[in-house]
Write a protein that binds this ligand. Structure first.
Ligand code: ATP
Ligand code: MG
Length: 253
């Protein structure tokens, strides 16, 4: 079976090269991002001018108090939402300038997302849950079956193909959602509190897996977490948000 392929730009690039912060290596660039929610009586400024860049192949943790704008930033990078002003540029493309078709491809193939809630469909088996994103992409049936197996092997769930989410532990469910996020071979994985619902040893296991995926496939990892211990152990750098602003990008001075 063909292993998870790396993209052309990742192939042959050593991790050292991949992480040097030259403009050519920046995969995600957030430029002066503002996000304002208009509520009935008030406006909520969820992001107030965030500028942030991430290099291809990096593993970045984002920390900060509840309500500081971490999920808002992740949703803008994943293009689940649009900024009030500012730009998100991924692989040199401004998301705001993409056609609907390009955006659909971007959401399906360039980024994978995992969340605190595993968001698996309860009536479907594990195999069907993981296959789902590929039904929307242009992937043939035999190729889909091979990729499901490969993604589930990667998260060590190949023996649970016919289980439904309710027949899995929390850690297994998160591993399944990780397999689902990876099955279209994204270059970027966005993980918003992926261990928020898990105990500490299961959290370690999930983050080991994320690190393995980051290192072996070169997938750029952006993870929100409240757990400093995990961020320090696994991430290349820790960015910190407060009141809608980036107070530290975690890069060494
Ligand atoms: N859809 C929305 N409508 C109005 N306000 C929102 C909306 N989504 C988020 N906010 C507000 O924007 C701010 C930032 O929210 P966000 O979810 O980004 O915080 P967070 O840092 O992810 O917090 P947590 O750690 O609790 O997940 C909060 O004050 C929140 O109440
Ligand atoms: Mg959040």
């Amino acid at each position: 079976m063909e292993p998870f392929s790396t993209t052309e730009s990742q192939a042959g690039a050593s991790q050292e090269w991949a992480k040097s912060p030259s403009p050519d290596n920046i995969i995600i660039l957030a430029q002066d991002l503002w996000k304002t929610y208009d509520m009935e009586a008030i406006q909520v400024n969820a992001l107030c001018g965030v500028t942030f860049s991430i290099v291809r192949g990096e593993y970045v943790a984002i920390m900060g108090p509840s309500g500081s704008g971490k999920s808002t930033l992740m949703n803008l990078i994943g293009c689940l939402d649009r900024p009030t002003s500012g730009a998100v540029i991924v692989q040199s493309r401004n998301l705001a300038e993409m056609t609907p078709l390009e955006l659909a491809r971007y959401r399906r193939q360039t980024v994978g997302m995992v969340f605190q809630a595993f968001n698996l469909l309860p009536r479907m088996t594990l195999e069907e849950n993981v296959e789902l994103p590929m039904r929307l992409a242009e992937v043939s049936r035999p190729e889909r079956a091979a990729r499901v197996r490969e993604a589930l092997e990667r998260v060590h769930l190949e023996k649970r193909l016919t289980h439904r989410p309710g027949e899995l532990s929390g850690g297994e469910q998160q591993r399944a959602s990780l397999a689902r996020a990876l099955v279209n071979r994204p270059q970027i994985l966005l993980a918003d509190e992926p261990t928020g619902n898990l105990d500490s040893s299961t959290s370690d296991e999930i983050l080991h897996l994320l690190r393995e995926i980051n290192q072996s496939l070169g997938v750029t990892m952006v993870m929100v977490t409240h757990e400093r211990r995990l961020a320090e152990q696994f991430a290349d750098r820790i960015a910190v948000m407060s009141d809608g602003k980036l107070t530290s990008d975690g890069a060494e001075a």
